[in-house]
Design a protein around this ligand. Sequence first.
Ligand code: ZN
Ligand code: FE
Length: 253
Amino acid sequence: MYEVIRIPAFKDNYIWLLRKGAAAAVVDPGDARPVLELLARERLSLSSILITHHHADHQGGVAGLLAYYPAEVFGPAAESIAGISKPLRDGDRVQIACCDVDFQVIAVPGHTLGHIAYYGAGCLFCGDTLFGGGCGRLFEGSPEQMADSLARLAVLPDDTVVYCAHEYTQENLRFALAVEPGNGRLQSRAREVARARARACSTVPSTIGIEKASNPFLRCSEPEVAAAARRRVPAAADEVAVFAALREWKNTF
Ligand code: ZN
Ligand code: FE
């Protein structure tokens, strides 16, 4: 089994490095520099790069890494990203032999249209789709697509470890508490997260079970969540409409 190492980048991005022995793979390297530094310091060799979507903060470091390591580059076939050698579609499998892992590709359109997630060995690398306590903005897809994508992630086992690409949890939970103030699991998560952030600790990864208990975007069928959405958008009849109302509300929260 591989070890997952968190590499902070930019203001609040996380690049995830998978390591087994001297071999490494990296997920969403928006910046090459901190990855190259870690690889050199730990004497690791980079074999594989996995990309979730085309935004620069997730793939801007690919060229810089390829200049030093002849890595294979996996990414969504449906997006135009320079350097991809292994384009992927929903249901494809990705074997990272050096790290002894086999990922399943899950198409999760919404934040972008071609966005994919990688699921394997109890871990989910979901880019900007599912965040701690929240979800990505709808830059390209419809609320329907994003609600559907989140539903595909929510059916993964509760103990699935969720590695998202940004440290947004505390801000997201502030919104979650406005939506669902009576949720005890959410209240205790918010307290834990506040303590972690006060010590400058990361709140990522979480798990699917934690997200299902406290992330309003995975809780659109809960009466309290639906009622809060309908106070903003009275016509929000079904779960997708509740999701759309929450996503809109969060944009200006
Ligand atoms: Zn993004
Ligand atoms: Fe991002």
